[in-house]
Structures are given as C-alpha cells and as structure tokens.
Design a protein around this ligand. Sequence first.
Ligand SMILES: C[S@@+](CC[C@H](N)C(=O)[O-])C[C@H]1O[C@@H](n2cnc3c(N)ncnc32)[C@H](O)[C@@H]1O
Length: 343
Amino acid sequence: MGIISTLRKLFHREGRYRYEKRSLKRNTSMSTPETIEPTGVSTEGSSRNQSSSNGTNHIFRDGRRYHGDTEVAYILPNDDDEADRVHQQHWLLRYALQGNFSSPVKKQLEEGINVLDSGCGPATWTFEMGETYPRSKIYGIDASCVFPENIMPPNVEFVIGNIAKEIPYEDNFFGFVHQRLLILGLTDTDWTNTLAQLFRVLKPGGYIECNEACIQELLTVGPNMKALQNAFMGMMVARQIPFLAASELEERLKKAGFVDVQVKLSKIPLNHGGKVGKLLWEDYFHVYTNARPALVFANPEWEDPEVYAKLLRDSAEESKQNKGHILWYSVHGRKPFDTTTDE
Ligand SMILES: C[S@@+](CC[C@H](N)C(=O)[O-])C[C@H]1O[C@@H](n2cnc3c(N)ncnc32)[C@H](O)[C@@H]1O
C-alpha cells in the first residue's frame, strides 16, 4: 500500500478522535484536568500545583491559539490546525523511521509496562502505543490540554503538566519514557530539569528515548533557506531555546545519568526523493508559515505574507535542487540498575 493511501486511511481513523475533541469543545461541561486521576500520580503534588497553567488558559494572537503558561517556553500554537499538523507529522515520521521507537523495549511492552509520553501533544503516538500494546499502560503528559479526553484506549490516560518543573508520578514508576519534538519547547535549563525528572520517574533498567530534528544542516542548502534558518535559530536563541538540542542529546542524556546511550541518525529528504520528501516539505512549510509572526524581527519585509510566501517557495526549490535534508536524531539510553555505583 502506498504512503498516501496509508495516510488517508489513518487520517480517516484519526478523524474519529478529532471529532470527539471538537465535540468536547462545544460542550461547556468539558472535563477538566481535575477529573483525571492517573494511577501512580505522586501524592506529593500534581502538575496543576506546579504549573502556572491548567492547560486550558490559552492566549490568542494573530488568529491562532497558544498556551498561556508563562513558565512554558513552547513557541508553536496549540489549536486544531496545529493538532492536524502534528498528527500528520506522526504518520510521516513513523513511515520514514520505520517504527514508533528504536529502544530495545518491544518484549517488555508486549508483557506490560508503564510508559510515559512526555510532551505528548494531540497524542497520536500515545494512542497507537496503547492500541498496539494492550498489556502496557501509556501515560501522556502535556502543558496544553490538546489530547483527546473522553474516547481513548482503556490503557491510556493523560495529565496536564510542565515536564520541566515536576512530572507528577512516583519515583521509579515507568519502564519506558518517550519524548519527541520538544525542540521548540525547552530552554537549556528546561532540558536539564526535564531529563532529571525523567530519570527520577524511570525504573532502574528502564529506557528513555528522545527524538529530535536538527535543522542546522539546512544552512547550506541555499541563500533563501539560509535566511529562513538564521531567522528561526535567532528566534530560538532569543527565547533561550538551544537550536542544537538534537545533536546534544547524547551528551545531555549521559550527563543526566543514563548509560548505554545509543544514537540512531536518519537523513530525511526535504522536498525531493519521493513521497517522504514531499510530506516533510508540507510539514516544514506548515511550521514556517505558522512561525511567520515570530520571524518578522529578522526581516520587516516578511510582514507582507506574499513576500514571505515567495521566500518559502524559493526555499522549497533550493532544497529540491540541492538535495536538502533534515537530520533526525533518535537517542536512547538506560537508567542504571544501581544508581549509586553508576554500574
Ligand atoms: C511538536 S508537539 C509534539 C507532540 C508529540 N510529542 C509528537 O511527537 O507527536 C510538542 C508538544 O510539547 C508540548 N510541550 C512543550 N513544552 C512543554 C513543557 N514544558 N511541558 C509539557 N509539554 C510541553 C507542547 O504543548 C506540544 O503539545
């Protein structure tokens, strides 16, 4: 089956969840985080106590909806349009990377473990893992209430929280922790705090996996793409978000105390090389279109959507001609069995 028909089929299924989410929005008695009582939640406090947000105190800018948590650095919107993009990105990544994870945890997942999806977003990965591994229990955490709240596999549940502050689960609770695409959400200090939290909630011998994209390679694709990348990286730096977080993952995981750290690198073509390249360009285009208001500081001419649209078209052409790609880092590591001896 081709990727497009696979995506259509999956989107058809995913539409069911989206419909549920939209129904919830119309319903003023929308379930609040207070109604979610996950097993294993630390008795010392919940994320709602730790965060200045309850996940639904959104702010609106340029017709888009964003999280309203002053302590969360995340750049992108959290509305339905963004949820659609993140869903599509999931199918693309699963296809391009040939699976949902690279850690050696398949057997444990089949037998049944607790899994955390850190920064789960609209929870496509979370749901799929719940359906594929019914004996495991999958917990999703996000700063925004963007995950479906009523219809979900029985072994999936969610909590609102800022992963860089306090992950509201007991120590040594999870057998596997997964975190993907937080590159636009965590400052340097947030990365340190988040990895310390993930280390704490992971069982000795349990695996952590972080998946992130490195956009730095795109600097050499051509002058238009370079201008875009420089603006994007400038915006990240201004917000103290490290733009090299993907290539730093190995070091960051080791520094947090994880052992057996392994890096899997995948080159995903951007706007060339068939369907994956085309779909990655669509995703890139979507992100950079959404980011325009935050990038005009670099070039006031981009205030004009037409000028900016031309820049994106020219960047697409450069990437096609010069075979641009995004380097994808899948990095996994293990919490030592004996954390006192470092093994
Ligand atoms: C690009 S989405 C990725 C979603 C999901 N991991 C995936 O790969 O499909 C990033 C998500 O991280 C969440 N996020 C960003 N910073 C966060 C923080 N400090 N604590 C919790 N969630 C955060 C955002 O709300 C958003 O839903």
